[in-house]
Structures are given as C-alpha cells and as structure tokens.
Ligand binder design. Structure first.
Ligand code: AMP
Length: 406
C-alpha cells in the first residue's frame, strides 16, 4: 500500500514526501479512504500510530476543494500541546497547499487569536474552553465548518470537557462530517458518538496495547529509594531522550530538581506552569537541550518527540489505560523504546492487569550494584519529613489546571 493509492491532491502529496513518509501506517490505510468518501468515523487508536495524519490528510484534501479563508474544518484537542502539535503537522504536511491554520487555547491573550481569525483561516485546532469563549463573544464564525475532528475524546472526557464539546456541537451546522478519535471507548464517549456521528465507520488499530517495539520491565523498589534508583538507572543506561512520569505535579518538580542537582539536564512539565514555560520545556526537550522531561500524565499528553528512547514510570500510573498512554510516547513507528516502571508492593494488582493486556509477564529487573536496602532517611528523598510505610500513597489523578474551563 502506498500514499499514491489515496488520490490525494498533488500539493498534499508533496508535503507527505517532504515529511519522509514512505508508507501509510495501518490507521492511515483504514481511515483515509472512508474520510475521503465523506463518511463519519470512529478511530480507535492511540498517539504514536500516525492518527494525526490519518485525519489531516483527507481533511486538507477536502479543504482544497472549498472556498479559502473561511473555517471549513475544526479539530478539537484536549490540551494546548496537542493543539500546537496538530497545527505543526498541518504546517508540515500542508506546506505546499497554502491552507491557513490557527491553534486556539486559553492562557494566552484572545486579541492575537481574533486578529488571525479575521485575517482568514481554513482550519482551526482548538481546546474546548477557549473555543467557547470565541463562540460566545462572536469572534469566530463556524457557520462554514463541514468537518469536525474530536481528537483524544477519552482524554477530553477525563478532563471534564464533554459538556463543552456538546455546547460546541450545538453551534455547528449540519450536515457535517464528524471524526472522533479515542484510545478507549468508555460509556460516555459511546453516548457522544451516538449523538454526534452519523452511521460511522469504526477503524481500530489492535487493542489499545502499546507498540510491540517497546520492551517493558519493572523494577521493584521501596518508595523512598525511587529517585535514587532513577539517577542510578539514568547513569547506567545509554539513553537518548527520556520521559519520566510522576503521579503529581509537586513530585514532577521535585524529581526534576533532584535530577538537576545530580547533574542531569532535566526539566519538569505540568499544568501549573505558565504557558511560555511549558512551551520552553517542550522546545528544549525536542531540540535536545534538555534530555529528561519529568511530566504528569495530562501534561505529557500528545508529546511528540520521535527520539524518546525511554519512558520511566517513577510512579505507577492510575490504570492500564494510563500506562498504555504513557508508553505510547516511546517505540513510535519503527523505533525501539524501553519502558521501565518502578513498582512497590502496593502496585501488584495493576502490574497483573498490565500483564493481562500485554499478554506477557513484565520482566522483573534489578539494577546491579544498587543498594535496595538503604534505610529510610530522616528527611525523605523529596525533601519532606518522611511518612511511615512504603506503600506509595495514592493521590487523585492530576488535572491540567490550565486547560480546564474556569
Ligand atoms: P501521531 O500518532 O499522529 O502522534 O504520529 C506519530 C508520529 O508518527 C508523528 O511524528 C508523525 O509525524 C509520524 N508519522 C505519521 N505518519 C507516518 C508515516 N506514514 N510514516 C512515518 N511516520 C509517520
């Protein structure tokens, strides 16, 4: 199968070639033809499968047949990072099309967005809250939107955005083509599908299991030794870019600080950072200035750095889905990746569930020469007075404060 089979506009094909894509990925093979036919689709695929190009290529192809300078397509994204990345993909794949795109999200002034909107755009990539602000202020005209993409719908639901999505849907004209992408299909997303899509085609890329180019291993360790083990692992492994996950924003800051103190080029990424600092952290990670990014689940959503060699879960994720989302950041298209997870006794049940989804036992590993029996210090490795027990206290999943509505 080659991209030529899709009959895409030659200017789009030029963009595809410029990106170095030689063959379509499985989700692209399945999704592009029905989208080109105008069908509604449900894409069950996680990040890393090529899903962005799967919808962007046919959407851009259709936009080229429509009058320019008015919004013909809208992509709704859960986070600013994903919105930015989708816009970057439009800029890259659509570089020979002359199509204009804009990302719309909160935390930055509205004025500049309004000016860009007035100057005429063909496709918007928006986070729900700020898009509604524009709708209510009548600073955006959605009356020509023929194509709507709801990206990472399950994450949108996690973040409490479904009411906003429904409000946006009410502002869009019908008939329109609707494409919904989600790694999982919880009941609330099924309901949304029934409300918003017409006789959709479902395209699915396997189970929501991570790419098989990823090797998974777990490192049993006591809670108070996790950051020490992280430093030791980082010293003893040959790594390229490393994404480290923690359960809370506070801990992401702490871990990044400890790593910096130990001489690593590390930085934290989470929803409490101002937009410019989040962007700077991502840019530094992408261009290799920073080698280790310490992130929470939501902040890391949509991070697209092709050279991530290792994902290290310092804290176990909340669920199997969260695990597959995290691991989806490495082992992307034909690249090898390693996923290391530090586990305490409290994580045993989740480890079993992950093994069930992966259909293979996770390899238990020990780092040679590491002192697994070092005593609990009077002041914990996070700099606070220690609490008793090693259980790895469970906290509520983080929400990206910056992306939630009011
Ligand atoms: P996504 O799942 O959309 O986040 O895409 C993951 C990565 O795969 C991105 O860096 C894309 O640029 C890249 N990609 C998408 N389609 C292809 C393809 N057909 N061949 C090679 N790389 C691709």
């Amino acid at each position: 199968m080659s991209f030529e089979n899709f009959n895409l506009d030659p200017n789009i094909m030029q963009g595809v070639r410029a990106q170095g894509y030689t063959e379509p990925t499985p989700i692209q093979i399945q999704a592009i033809p029905p989208i080109m036919q105008g069908r509604d689709i449900i894409g069950l695929a996680q990040t890393g499968t090529g899903k962005t190009a799967a919808f962007l290529l046919p959407v851009m192809d259709r936009l080229l047949k429509l009058p320019r300078g008015r919004i013909g397509a809208a992509v709704i994204s859960p986070t600013r990072e994903l919105a930015e990345q989708t816009c970057e993909a439009i800029d890259a794949l659509g570089q020979y099309t002359g199509l204009k795109s804009i990302s719309i999200y909160g935390g930055v002034g509205m004025e500049q967005q309004i000016r860009r909107l007035r100057s005429g755009v063909d496709i918007i990539v928006a986070c729900p809250g700020r898009l509604l602000d524009h709708i209510w202020k009548s600073t955006i005209d959605l009356s020509f939107v023929e194509m709507l993409v709801i990206d990472e719908a399950d994450r949108m639901f996690d973040m409490g955005f479904l009411p906003d999505i429904r409000s946006i849907l009410r502002c869009l004209v019908r008939p329109r083509q609707t494409m919904l992408f989600s790694a999982t299909m919880p009941p609330d997303i099924r309901r949304l599908v029934q409300e918003a899509l017409r006789i959709p085609v479902t395209v699915q890329i396997g189970h929501a299991a991570p790419a098989d180019t990823v090797s998974h291993s777990i490192y049993p360790v006591k809670q108070h030794l996790k950051i020490k083990l992280l430093s030791a692992v980082l010293r003893s492994f040959e790594t390229d870019s490393v994404l480290v996950f923690t359960r809370t924003k506070h801990r992401a800051d702490r871990v990044a600080l400890q790593l910096k103190r130990s001489g690593f080029r590390a930085t934290a990424l989470h929803g409490d950072l101002a937009q410019n600092r989040r962007q700077a952290a991502l840019d530094d990670f992408r261009d290799g200035t920073v080698k280790i990014l310490v992130a929470t689940d939501i902040a890391a959503r949509g991070i697209d750095v092709l050279s991530i060699s290792h994902v290290i879960n310092v804290d176990m994720p909340e669920s199997v889905d969260a695990y597959t989302h995290r691991i989806g950041r490495t082992g992307r298209i034909d690249q090898k990746g390693d996923a290391l997870t530090f586990v305490t006794a409290a994580d045993a049940d989740l480890v079993k569930e992950i093994e069930k989804v992966l259909k293979t036992p996770l390899e238990r590993r020990k780092l040679q020469g590491f002192d697994y029996d070092a005593p609990v210090p009077a002041v914990s490795e996070e700099g606070s007075q220690r609490r008793s027990g090693f259980g790895g206290r469970r906290t509520q999943p983080q929400r990206a404060a910056g992306t939630r509505r009011r």
